[in-house]
Design a binder for this molecule. Sequence first.
Ligand code: FAD
Ligand code: SF4
Length: 486
Amino acid sequence: MADPRGFLTTPQQHPERRPVAERVQDWKEVYPPGALLPIISKQAGRCMDCGIPFCHNGCPLGNIIPEWNDLVWKGDWEAAADRLHATNNFPEFTGRLCPAPCETACVLGINQPAVTIKNVEVSIIDRAWEDGTVTPLPPERLSGRTVAVIGSGPAGLAAAQQLTRAGHTVAVYERADRIGGLLRYGIPEFKMEKRHLNRRVEQMRAEGTKFRPGMHIGVDLTGDALLARYDAIVLAVGATKARDLEVPGRDLAGVHQAMDYLPYANKTCEGDYLTAPIDAFGKHVVVIGGGDTGADCLGTATRQGAASVTQLEIMPRPTEDRPAGQPWPTYPMIFRVASAHEENGERLYAVSTTEFVGDENGRVQALRLTEVRFEGGRPVPVPGTEREIPADLVLLAMGFVGPERGNGLIDQLGLALDERGNIARDGEYATNVPGVFVAGDAGRGQSLIVWAIAEGRSAASSVDAYLSGSSTLPKPIPPTARPVTV
Ligand SMILES: Cc1cc2nc3c(=O)[nH]c(=O)nc-3n(C[C@H](O)[C@H](O)[C@H](O)COP(=O)(O)OP(=O)(O)OC[C@H]3O[C@@H](n4cnc5c(N)ncnc54)[C@H](O)[C@@H]3O)c2cc1C
Ligand code: SF4
């Protein structure tokens, strides 16, 4: 156990974010480098090394959290990094980006602020990179079997790394011009600087994984050609079909999906553009959708110099404390303040958009909304609450409905879909087509990075068993695993 009295004597502490006035001037991460190191050992010492560590149940990766808390408390950072990598290929992604269901499941959280598990995780891995202990781990022997991974988000990367290390020859195909999926072009630089992603891709390349960006499978290479060329295929194509809002004025110029907007901002940070083709400078921006993607749009618009940003959410404002129906150890729907919310913008709850209003040139200039109340679980407009707010740029951030259809891949391979429109799979992540497996959002529906990594690892184990007869690769979750509920 870490510090036996730590949970009694040490209060929870988070590092300070950089001052708002400073950080909105650049795209760097909101936490200053090294901010955690002075506080993190004592924070790790708050862990009680529970007999039944519920943090494990919260995390789909099955991270061995009490062990690395203990090791950090003792100062054995290298061993802590080994424990971390035993269950997670990319802790620097989850340590920065995960909403940390492990923390809402932490036993200490029953009557005190939880152990800051995510901060311990990111401290361990950042230090390991700095100390040079994260090195390529190429396989000792090659199996002679080949695998194509389609999609280079966290699910595809995790599957590819596991299968490469198991000795298979793996190529990752990605239709975008750079590797990373939503880690690259969805998540803004201020949440995770892309250098962390680039470093991992280089490690994987040194291990032998081949990367083929700019290859749209189903268009540049058919499903049949892929089947003929590889012994197995892992589909990790994400759930990138965005939910739309069919109200009058949807076709006006200036109304965009969040994932049409965010990639341009990320590409601008990569140096591809001087100014993003869709840019918020000087505009009244309205973001429809109160979730994380909406917050990413808000932070991006702030940094581009928007005149104002308003974020709309149809649901009522959540409470600050756990609602009655969402007790520990579930992940509760509570009022959360992302770094972007600290910086700028107004959040409106229980409102619904009824129309986009255009000017004489067909450009959006205002958004009409109404307040709603919920009757029988459905939003109902409140009469007399209709009003208009200025809107020169509208960003739709209302979630995703499943993998894209119509680009050839699903039809060419003859893949069955489940009732929610995701790619159907059995308990081994296998689709209805022999040798074709599916991992991540493409099979699960829109989810989180931590689930994508867990699925990529698990699917890799199934693929390895399919190719080799058996597998020693870990399989943290079955495809049916879901977050902890009551
Ligand atoms: C803006 C935004 C912010 C988010 N922020 C967070 C966060 O902070 N924390 C968190 O945990 N989760 C977050 N998420 C969710 C998280 O990013 C996803 O759950 C995760 O990336 C899913 O991983 P994946 O590997 O299944 O798919 P993706 O990351 O979606 O990757 C799929 C890849 O497949 C490629 N592809 C698709 N079809 C083809 C084809 N036919 N040929 C070749 N390539 C193809 C796509 O171009 C894409 O690069 C966010 C999502 C969005 C949209
Ligand atoms: S539940 Fe919390 S206190 Fe218990 S072992 Fe996990 S991190 Fe430590």
